[in-house]
Structures are given as structure tokens and as C-alpha cells.
Write a protein that binds this ligand. Structure first.
Ligand SMILES: [Fe+2]
Length: 353
């Protein structure tokens, strides 16, 4: 660890792991409820459990991304974070919003908008929190000595992820309109800009762990960014089948979302090729295993299982069924869950000695 302020990542990683464990607990509560053992129903009804489970996922992944950014940006920019007290303020406000949201779901304080259930007043707090996070990251990057491709791709991903939270906050009385823009947030996050964050973190880990030249790794990063945008943006159309939007979405969504596995295949091939090419291996083999694992499993979960039901003719029968849930689970775990755990596994020995 080159810079002292990188240490703040520890708290974000700790929060991330605590929320992951809580998410697993809520997963079990729902699994038991499905089996007929819904003993906690009075306290934790299914709708509260599912909202808690999904929102905990979003927050633990975001906390992991933020920790990763606080660790990576000083290292890449060759400069301490601009303000450690501000990072601490940002951390605690994130943790408090998370706790209030989880308690709120159990007290019926929520909105019925899948994945974005947190109520409106908390949305504003999230915006303030993320702006503070971006201020710290951008100031550090632009006053730093170096701007690498890896740090720029990571920062671009984080910036767009923050901007894309906003369409989900526009109020519509019409259900179709509301769904239309809600997918701008959810789809363009997970199948668009989060893939940039993933590409940035993956490139950083591969540079550190395989010993392959930065130039080689970063050249491939451009290819992945290109593939992600080519397929992911218009691929949003696969959420617009049969919800009341115009018919042309069947064609647009079908074609472009069928191309989406290419970005993930690109990432998997890239990681494996860099691993093969690397000569001086890092002693942290566990981190390398998680890194390769995320590249491969994201292709299986997000790429293959996604393309299996993204064509309109198949999706007509699978929309909103367990097929969607199965794909969503392995995609999230492979692409983002394992990536955060890879980053934590890499950074933890360096932060704690
Ligand atoms: Fe999607």
C-alpha cells in the first residue's frame, strides 16, 4: 500500500461483507417461506424480505465499489485522497441510509418499484452521499500526478452510475412510463456502466496480480468498453417487451441484447489471456483465483443465462418467472459479487499486514 489514505477502503469493505451476510439471511427467510415455513411472516412478510434482500445487494456492491475506488484511485493517480474526514462522513452517511432503509422496509415505508424501493426522502440522501463520494474521487484524480486508462474507466463508470440514478427519481402516474425509466437505472447500471467499473477494477487487479504490462491490459480495456456500450445501451429494450411500450422494442431489444454476451466473453478471454501471459506471479493466489472466477462466471451467469431468454419469442414465456431470477442471481454473483470479493481479497493483506 503506497498511500496512507487508501486505508479508508477497509471500512467500506467491512460494511460490504456485513450487508452481504444480512442479504444471505434474508435469502434464507424467503427460501423457507417458499417451502411453506413462513414462521416470521408477521414480522417479516415476503414483500419486506424481497425488498430488503435486493436493496442490500445493491448497497453491499456499491460499498464494495466505493472501497475499491478509494483504494485504487490514490494508487493510480499517485496522490493521497483529498480529504480523509470527508470520506469518513461519506461512509457513515451511507451506512445510516442503509440501516434506515432496511428498517423502513419492515415498517411499510417503501415504494413499490422493483429494485429501487427506498422511499423518496432517502433517495435525496443517496444523491448527496454519492455526490460527496464523486467529489472526493474526481478531485483526487484530477489533482493527482497520473491519469491512467484504468482509473479513468473506473471513474467514468462511477460517474455515469451516479447520473443514472436520477431517471429513477422522476415521478410518473403512468405505470408503463414509470417502468420505462426505472429500467434506465437498473439495466443501464448492471448491463452498462457497472461493466465499466468492473472493467476498471478487473484491469487493476490483473495489472497487480499477473505482472503483464499496463499497456497491454489497458488496450483490451478499450475493446471491452466499446463492446459494452454497443450492446448494453439498446439492449435495454429486452425489458420493454409486453409492458405496453411500442412493438419496435421487440426487434431492437432482441438484436442488441443478444450481442451483450460478447462484452462478457471479451472480459473472460481477456482475463484468461493476461493470466497465461503473466510471468511474475503475485503471492496472493486467492485474489487471482477470485479475479479469474469473476471473469468466467460473469460470462456464464450474465452472458449465457441471459442470452438463453433474451429473445422475444422465448421471453414471452419466461418474463418474470424463475428463469429471470435464476439468471439475475448468477449474473450478479459472477459479475459483481465475486469481483468485490476479489478486490477485498487482494487489498486486505496489504491493509492489515
Ligand atoms: Fe437487462
Amino acid at each position: 500500500m503506497k498511500y496512507k489514505s487508501q486505508q479508508v477502503a477497509y471500512w467500506f469493505f467491512a460494511l460490504s461483507v456485513v450487508l452481504l451476510l444480512l442479504q444471505i439471511v434474508y435469502g434464507f427467510i424467503m427460501a423457507f417461506a417458499h417451502l411453506g415455513y413462513d414462521g416470521l411472516h408477521e414480522l417479516i412478510p415476503f414483500h419486506a424480505a424481497t425488498a430488503t434482500h435486493k436493496n442490500l445487494l445493491v448497497v453491499w456492491i456499491l460499498s464494495g465499489f466505493m472501497g475499491a475506488a478509494y483504494y485504487i484511485i490514490p494508487d493510480e493517480a499517485e496522490k493521497e485522497l483529498v480529504s480523509v474526514p470527508l470520506v469518513k462522513l461519506q461512509f457513515w452517511s451511507l451506512a445510516i441510509v442503509g440501516v434506515v432503509a432496511v428498517i423502513g422496509f419492515h415498517l411499510n415505508w417503501w415504494e413499490g418499484r422493483k429494485f429501487l424501493e427506498i422511499p423518496r426522502p432517502l433517495d435525496y440522501l443517496v444523491v448527496v452521499n454519492v455526490l460527496l463520494f464523486l467529489y472526493i474521487i474526481l478531485m483526487t484524480l484530477f489533482t493527482g500526478k497520473k491519469k491512467t486508462t484504468t482509473s479513468l474507466v473506473l471513474t467514468m463508470g462511477l460517474l455515469f452510475a451516479a447520473l443514472l440514478y436520477l431517471p429513477g427519481m422522476v415521478w410518473f402516474d403512468n405505470q408503463t412510463m414509470d417502468s420505462f425509466f426505472r429500467w434506465w437505472v437498473v439495466h443501464l447500471w448492471v448491463e452498462g456502466v457497472w461493466e465499466l467499473i468492473m472493467g476498471g477494477i478487473l484491469a487493476y487487479l490483473l495489472i497487480k496480480l499477473t505482472g503483464v504490462d499496463r499497456e497491454v491490459i489497458e488496450k483490451w480495456l478499450y475493446v471491452i468498453v466499446g463492446l459494452t456500450f454497443l450492446s448494453g445501451v439498446l439492449g435495454t429494450g429486452h425489458h420493454y417487451y409486453y409492458i405496453g411500450t411500442p412493438k419496435y422494442w421487440l426487434m431492437i431489444g432482441g438484436i442488441f441484447s443478444a450481442l451483450e454476451p460478447l462484452a462478457f466473453l471479451g472480459m473472460a478471454l481477456f482475463a484468461i489471456a493476461m493470466y497465461r501471459k503473466g510471468e511474475k506471479r503475485h503471492p496472493n493466489k486467492l485474489a487471482l483465483t477470485w479475479t479469474l472466477g469473476t471473469a468466467i462466471l460473469s460470462f456464464v451467469g450474465a452472458g449465457l443465462l441471459g442470452v438463453a431468454h433474451t429473445l422475444p419469442a422465448v421471453n414471452l414465456w419466461t418474463h418474470g418467472t424463475f428463469v429471470t431470477a435464476m439468471h439475475g442471481h448468477l449474473a450478479f454473483w459472477g459479475a459483481y459479487g465475486m469481483l468485490v470479493l476479489g478486490m477485498i481479497t487482494y487489498a486486505m493483506p496489504l491493509m492489515t499486514g
